[in-house]
Every structure is written in structure tokens, then in C-alpha cells.
Design a protein. Structure first.
Length: 326
């Protein structure tokens, strides 16, 4: 009998974050004090972009082996951190008002080469509101994607390598307008940056950034972040797992994923405080301590596949008894 998975795990339960946040706020109303903006994040964005541009300048005439080495060992971490910054802007956690956050996201987007910060906001917010609903949650693999990759280790490695391509394909199933003035501005600003890099630093500088981008979300221990967040990797299963390892230091606490989904209006620098203020709710949850260990586990464990996700057919309302307990 084949052990090859053929379907996702289906749930009739409501989004666990919507239930837990009510319970936390009832017992720990002081958590609300953490909600707000962190305007100092813009300096992180400027510093990270400057660092990546500086490295691309240094590598503009370098050998390819050095470009790949630096991209894997340094550039990927910078590129990944910029993804976290884009994530902050998507939730409007830097400035008051829509436009300043969108422009901050566009700046963080520059070293990623492809214009994606505005469109990311559109489908990411739906992921929060409709977690597990396949037609509205682009964080979930397509059915054909899960069947294609399944639990084959070689295919899982290739999936990691080309993860950005699969992610773009997923957005096609969402009913989201991908052409408006903000997306056009994102494209114009990004193309201007790309052209300037090639004109002043040369094509190798741009390719260094592109390689860093692919490693930051793909075939790299950092790529395990996408597995850590919602893949059913531990037993008993949870829809969301946090990561409390040392790489949170250079990933701006993005590993605190249960905390973030519970309170998406709290900025990155205060996410650890959620756990410390309401430890009974988080210490009882399973979590990961190593992205590197998870990276290899996901690739080589035949029990894990792209089907290792929870789906629900539609948004499930919180039962009256759960609401009362909250």
C-alpha cells in the first residue's frame, strides 16, 4: 500500500486565532497596550536596502562562485529581513495612513528585483481573514501543486528552489484586482531601481540581488520559515506554529507566528511581549527551535508533504459556548 498523501487535512473548526484572541483579551486586557505603530522600522528598511546595494556594488565584478557564496550566506538574510519589513507595511505597522506604509514597502521591495510589495499586501490580509479557505488563502498550495510535489524529496527541494514561482501561480485563484494605481506605482518605482542598478553597477550587481532573493524564500534554512508557520509538522497537529530560535534576531521576530496571527496589529518589536504577558496560552502550544532542522525534516520525512496543511471549506463561526468562554 502506498504511503503517498492524496489530500489535505480538512477541519470544521473555526480559525483558532479568532478563538484564542478573545480568550487572551478577556484574561489579559493589558495586551491591547502593545497595539500600535513602530515608525523606527523605516530606519531598518533603509539600512537593509543600503547594505544590499553596498554588497552588490562590492560584487559587481566578482567571480560567480563568490557571488553565490555571499548571496547564500549574507544576502539571503538581508533579503529575508526585507520580506519581514514588507510584511510590517502590509499590516500598516510603521506609519499612520495607507500611503506612507505602501511607499515604505516599495523601498523594502527594491532589492527583491520583482515588484511585489503592494500585491503581497492584498493577498496576505486575506490569508489572515480566511486562513485555511483555499479560494481566499494564497498561503495554501494549489491542488495541482500539492499533487505534483507530494512527498518526494527531490521535488520538495525543487519546490523550495522555485517557491516564488509557485507563490505567484497561487494568487491567480484569488479574486483580487492585480492592476490599480498603487500596483502601477510599485512597478514604476521597482523598474526604475532595477534599471539604475544595471546602469551604475552592472548586471552582476542585479543578479546578486536576484540570487539572494531566491535563496531567502527557497532552498535555504530560511525557507523553512514558510513550513514552520502553518505546515502540520509536529504531533499533535496545530494550524500554526511559532519559532523561538536565535534567527529571530536577524528575522525581526517573524518566528512569533501564533502571536502575530492572534494580534496582527502589534509590530515586530513587541511580539515577544505577547508571549510573556499571556504565557499560559503560548507555553502550551508546540513550537520549533530550529529552522535548519525543520528544513531537512520537511525534505526527507515522507510523512510531510505539501498536503500537510489544514483546509476548511468556508469560514466557520465561533460557537456560542466558545464565545462565552472567551
Amino acid at each position: 500500500m502506498s504511503n503517498k498523501p492524496t489530500d489535505f487535512t480538512w477541519s470544521n473548526e473555526p480559525n483558532p486565532h479568532h478563538v484564542r484572541v478573545r480568550q487572551i483579551l478577556k484574561q489579559h486586557p493589558e495586551v491591547k497596550e502593545l497595539i500600535g505603530k513602530n515608525p523606527y522600522t523605516i530606519y531598518m528598511i533603509i539600512g537593509l536596502v543600503a547594505a544590499q546595494v553596498g554588497l552588490s556594488y562590492w560584487l559587481r565584478d566578482a567571480s560567480w562562485w563568490l557571488i553565490f557564496l555571499i548571496a547564500y550566506g549574507v544576502g539571503a538574510f538581508i533579503s529575508h529581513a526585507l520580506w519581514v519589513m514588507i510584511h510590517e507595511t502590509a499590516h500598516g505597522l510603521i506609519f499612520k495612513g495607507k500611503a506612507p506604509n505602501l511607499f515604505a514597502g516599495m523601498i523594502a521591495n527594491w532589492p527583491h528585483i520583482f515588484p511585489s510589495s503592494v500585491s503581497f499586501q492584498r493577498y496576505h490580509l486575506k490569508h489572515h481573514a480566511h486562513q485555511g479557505e483555499h479560494e481566499l488563502d494564497a498561503d495554501l498550495p494549489d491542488f495541482w501543486e500539492a499533487a505534483l510535489v507530494s512527498n518526494n524529496p527531490i521535488k520538495k527541494m525543487l519546490w523550495f528552489l522555485f517557491f516564488p514561482v509557485f507563490q505567484i501561480c497561487r494568487t491567480a485563484r484569488l479574486n483580487i484586482s492585480l492592476l490599480d494605481r498603487w500596483i502601477v506605482v510599485n512597478w514604476i518605482v521597482q523598474i526604475a531601481f532595477d534599471v539604475a542598478i544595471v546602469a551604475f553597477l552592472g548586471p552582476k550587481a542585479l543578479l546578486y540581488m536576484l540570487i539572494s532573493f531566491f535563496f531567502s524564500v527557497g532552498l535555504h534554512p530560511l525557507g523553512a520559515r514558510w513550513i514552520q508557520e502553518h505546515y502540520l509538522t509536529l504531533d499533535p497537529i496545530q494550524e500554526t506554529y511559532s519559532y523561538y530560535g536565535p534567527l529571530n534576531t536577524v528575522a525581526f521576530n517573524v518566528g512569533y507566528h501564533n502571536e502575530h496571527h492572534d494580534f496582527p496589529s502589534i509590530p515586530w518589536n513587541k511580539l515577544p511581549q505577547i508571549k510573556s504577558k499571556a504565557p499560559a496560552f503560548y507555553d502550551t502550544l508546540l513550537s520549533h527551535a530550529s529552522w535548519t532542522k525543520l528544513f531537512f525534516k520537511f525534505i526527507f520525512d515522507p510523512k510531510l508533504s505539501l498536503y500537510s496543511r489544514v483546509l476548511r471549506k468556508e469560514k466557520v463561526k465561533i460557537a456560542k459556548e466558545e464565545a462565552a468562554a472567551a
